[in-house]
Write a new protein. Sequence first.
Length: 326
Amino acid sequence: MTKLRLKPVYWSIIFFFLAMCVMFSITPRIEPFLEENNIYVPEQPSSPADILPRPPGTTTDTGGTVIDIPEVPATSSLPIIILYFAVMIVVVSLVLYFIPLSALKFVFRAVFAILFAWGVFILCVFYVPSWKIALLIGVGVGTAWLFYTRMWLHNIALLISIASLASVFGRFLNPWIALILLGILAVYDLLAVRFGFMMWMANKMSQNAALPAFVMPRKASDLRTTVRHVDLGDVAATKPSERDFSILGGGDIAFPLLLTASVFLAKDYGGLWAALVVACFGLIGLCAAYFIQSKILKGKPVPALPPIAVCGLIGMLIVHFIPFFS
């Protein structure tokens, strides 16, 4: 068999499902691991979330008891988080624009190798008898990607890494904060694709094999090729039926995973069932993006995060208002 007969949408569903499986294999083990190793980590903020700074005050519960409301400092507010992402995007953009790719080659490849090693280490540390063995496996995968940048290895390492990131950071974020972040990034995704910035940045990074996206080839043999052989400009200019490769942004799976992990760990929702509902709606949003691309925009690049964010909001409203999940 020389060709992968699955369409990009089906490959994306497979990647989404596998990433969710990895995330669900990590998330339930976080709390027991922290307790067994006497590691203290602040709990996830409870709902409702405090988004903006707020002075201290008081309130009264249903029994007439006066409850002190602590001050919410500016450092815990959403604007700080937004500013962080904005600065990161600007810095990466300026670096890609002004610094030659030859000078960035080893920097970006080293960053991705470390990220992949860390992600694999996080997964393995919950399942192998020693953290040293987990570290050895993680470093091995990161090193293998650094010198053996084959497409199949890139996709597997990226999938494990984003699932690990989502599991860990879902431990610290309130679900509504995660949803707001998803919405903000959806707006950025829309603008970046509309003005060509996303394709420009991805093409720059792909030339060093440091592409934060899944690459899906038509031919099975192409899985053995390197990521740097993928020219995203040619991919966008080619008809969908004639493309040798399809691209799925890593963030299109990472941020729905982050929302799902935060719901799973939230005390105000139903754990696994609530997380599964949100995950299903995230998958619906991903499929909706492909529907828009194929039926409306005729194969042009489509930002997937906007429909994913809308469906994520619907899922959050369901688990928030239906008594079964509260």
